[in-house]
Ligand binder design. Structure first.
Ligand code: FUC
Length: 779
């Protein structure tokens, strides 16, 4: 942690009533906790508490094509809900109800009085212990009574009911102090198991099953308190095989999850509640507390979060709510994307449905990338590991897809370079068990792959970690460059992506396919540029691919300005909007502005043209689309417009629990909002650091700590009346620090208070840094 820490205020969501027991209650008012291994939504009810549990590998395939031959397509597709935990209390005459989610500790708490007894519960999902923990307490000894049920949702017996092959079996059996749920999802042969153990203090515990030995319950009466621990698992293993094997063989050699789940539970039960809790908080806060932000918000214990949001919609632009929305994205990423687990999907790690919207897939024409944008600039690069591992696990399948695509397109050079030198590709859709590749019929061009691979460069660039560069960034970019370099054909001296499409754009009601659209050209440019940069950093410039990329990159013509002064989405477009939907939700012709860096302040004409396109496209759109606009506007340096887009998100696309809604709930917008706010406060894409780069009138005075910049720097800033006062810099990799500010740098000192030399030229201050050292800069 760097010096100059700002005053901590609690970051929490709070409510004075439980979430309704309905789909709307789940989506808009339940509180999400998660640890990568599992996600849970807490309703906080006092009659019968409901905790819905998700595990990200319990899934059917996506799409009608996945139905068995000869059978009608069914809608049972994608991620399935894992378990419903019910704790029946039957409490009445409730007063003083309070429900909170602390982002600082990642603990949900529920408390109230019922008939004179005060009840308090806590819930958390622990990454170090891989379990969901619930503690129930009451103010009077012996007054805790409850009945626990753990249900397997959406059981459809595939053995007896003829269907589409996507059935699910499952049962719930009470065994002494635990309820074990187990079953199978037929399509991919997924075995699943969950165990919930109850550990009461005092009182009596009995467990019962029905006449068939199923539908188990645990009844606790007269206890002083109780702890419940839940572990879940499937036989899914995230490896190469799962993406390569036929559906019958994706999981067949993997061991049944009983032993794993029993081990998680046993190890967790060996710890006492306080240790489980403190280990969890230590793990969570190590990441969460890295960044703090103060835009002048004031925490008010007596106002519910949904009331704040309603007031915001009425024009009361509460600064605390804005800070909370920013930090919530960081919280959600820590909860849903951990090393060793599947990455965060379209809904993170939370799904109550039989068929999650859009299958809870990993959608790669914007959604998946947006999920990880805040990992880089808000100091959570470790959260990218799960996506990195996932992507590398499917790389082999993606190489086969690249071979197939290039064969299909008859691209030049394929044959002589041979299979295995075609790199890899990713299409729009990807799931835990399969991926799609680029396709000539797709609504999104091959640039989708580069949209993905450039994340790996950021993974390196924001950490400054050479091992990441060598092992992850360069292989991802290089393989993508191999593929993309063959998707191009030289036409009139320009290399154009054949079979090109600007994601999901329609013209005259049909997806529009073309040659060399801005999305593909810009993305190919970015990937080529970064591959060349990495090759230089690693001294691999003698590779035969390098001259090919050098030859192509200058002839990609990735940005063209049209007659309206816009960045053309299509080469054949003259005026803005002639082709495609005028205000389409995707802003794919601007990927070179964000997340790319091709369009920047050193290309002022392009930057102006990007603003024209942004204005014409309009601000009003779905959740994630607003957030891409937010990030793009931040890159233009226009704080006012950026803020108005952020404000629009809060007013139109956030639910009572601050989840983003497309609609329906999609987590990408939460992540995009966090990345966008960080981009307003700190930029580093032009070779130097620019703090408060897009500061709106509303945020003229404030401070932040721990945001991250390219080159491996952690940055804090204090600003007043729109002017930078101090910067706090921690250098992780010992790189040269370059800074551009409106304000004049007057002094730089290291952590020992010793003055450090810096030079200033062309508005840019530069100083050398040592790895691990911290500096304070005064203006
Ligand atoms: C992309 C978007 C849609 C939606 C889907 C999950 O295809 O164009 O709007 O967000 O992903």
């Amino acid at each position: 942690m760097i010096s100059g820490k700002i005053g901590m205020k609690p970051m929490k969501l709070q409510y004075f009533e439980p979430a309704e027991n309905s789909n709307e209650g789940w989506e808009g008012m339940s509180l999400p906790i998660g640890c990568g291994y599992l996600g849970a939504n807490v309703f906080g009810r006092y009659d019968t508490e409901r905790i819905q549990v998700t595990e990200n590998s319990l899934a059917n395939p996506y799409g009608p094509g996945s139905a068995e031959p000869g059978r009608p397509p069914a809608n049972r597709e994608g991620l399935n809900s894992f378990a419903e935990i019910e704790i029946e209390f039957g409490h009445k005459n409730v007063t003083g109800y309070r429900r909170e989610l602390s982002l600082d500790s990642a603990v949900v708490s529920v408390s109230y009085s019922s008939d004179g007894v005060y009840f308090a519960r806590e819930y958390f999902a622990s990454y170090p212990d891989k379990v969901l923990v619930i503690r129930l307490t009451c103010s009077e000894k012996g007054r805790l009574d409850f009945t626990l049920r753990v249900k397997v949702p959406y059981v459809k017996d595939y053995l007896t009911v003829p269907g589409d092959g996507k059935g699910k079996s499952g049962k719930s059996v009470a065994e002494e102090n635990r309820i074990v749920i187990s079953g199978k999802m037929h399509w991919y042969g997924i075995n699943f198991e969950g165990q919930t153990a109850v550990i009461p203090v005092g009182g009596k515990l009995i467990s019962e099953n029905d006449a068939n030995g199923e539908n188990g319950i645990i009844r606790v009466t007269g206890a002083d308190e109780a702890v419940m621990i839940t572990a879940v698992g499937t036989n899914y293993v995230m490896d190469e095989k799962v993406f390569l094997a036929d559906r019958e063989h994706k999981t067949d050699k993997n061991s049944y999850p009983h032993e794993k789940v029993s081990r998680y539970l046993r190890l967790a039960m060996n710890k006492d509640y306080d240790t489980l809790r403190s280990d969890h908080i230590k793990d969570h806060s190590e990441y969460f507390s890295r960044v703090s932000i103060d835009l002048g918000g004031v925490y008010r214990p007596d106002v519910a979060t949904d009331e704040l949001l309603n007031a915001y919609r009425e024009g009361n632009k509460d600064r605390y709510l804005e800070e909370l929305v920013f930090q919530y994205g960081r919280y959600l990423l820590i909860a849903s994307s951990r090393e060793g687990c599947l990455p965060a999907n379209l809904q993170g790690i939370w799904n109550m449905y039989e068929s999650a919207p859009w299958s809870a897939g990993y959608w790669h024409n914007i959604n998946q990338q947006m999920n990880y944008w805040p990992a880089f600039n808000t100091n959570l690069t470790e959260m990218f590991k799960s996506y990195c591992d996932y992507n590398e696990a499917f790389r082999k399948a993606a190489q086969i897809n690249a071979d197939n695509y290039l064969e299909q397109t008859g691209a030049e050079g394929t044959e002589e370079s041979g299979k295995g030198k075609n790199g890899w590709t990713i299409g729009t859709g990807a799931w835990p068990y399969s991926i799609s590749g680029a396709s000539v019929n797709s609504h999104s061009g091959p640039g989708t792959g580069a949209f993905t691979s450039i994340l790996f460069y950021d993974y390196y660039d924001f950490t400054g970690d050479r091992e990441i560069l060598e092992k992850h960034a360069y292989p991802a970019l290089y393989g993508m460059a191999e593929f993309l370099s063959k998707c191009l054909k030289k036409t009139d001296g320009i290399y154009l992506a054949q079979h090109s499409a600007s994601p999901e754009q329609r013209h005259n009601g049909k997806y529009y396919q073309t040659v060399g659209c801005a999305f593909d050209q810009q993305m190919i440019y970015e990937n080529h540029k970064l591959t060349l940069k990495c090759a230089e950093l690693l001294g691999r410039e003698d590779d035969p691919l390098i001259p090919v990329l050098k030859e192509q990159i200058d002839k990609l013509d990735p940005v063209q300005i049209g007659e309206s002064g816009q960045i053309k989405e299509y080469r054949e477009e003259k005026k803005y909007g002639e082709i495609g939907e005028y205000q389409h939700r995707h802003i794919s012709q601007l990927v070179g502005l964000y997340p790319g860096t091709l369009i920047n302040s050193e290309t002022p004409e392009w930057l102006e043209a990007a603003k024209v396109s942004l204005r014409e496209r309009g601000d009003g759109s779905t959740g994630w689309s607003i957030c891409h606009r937010l990030c793009a506007w931040a890159r233009t340096g226009d704080g006012e417009h950026s803020y108005s887009v952020f404000e629009r998100l809060l007013k139109t696309r956030l639910l009572g629990n601050l989840w983003d809604t497309h609609p329906p709930f999609q987590i990408d917008g939460n992540f995009g909002a966090t990345a966008g706010v960080a981009e307003m406060l700190l930029q580093s894409h032009e070779g130097y650091i620019r703090p408060i780069a897009a500061l709106p009138a509303e945020w003229q005075t404030g401070s932040y700590r721990g945001l991250t910049a390219r080159g491996g720097f952690e940055i804090g800033a204090d600003f007043e009346s729109g002017k930078l006062l101090r910067l706090y810099v921690k250098s992780k990799a010992g790189n040269r620090f370059r800074l551009r500010t409106k304000e004049k740098l007057s002094k730089a000192v290291n952590s020992a208070g010793k003055a450090i030399n810096f030079t200033v030229s062309d508005n840019t201050a530069e100083m050398l840094t040592l790895p691990g050292e911290s500096y304070t800069l005064y203006f």
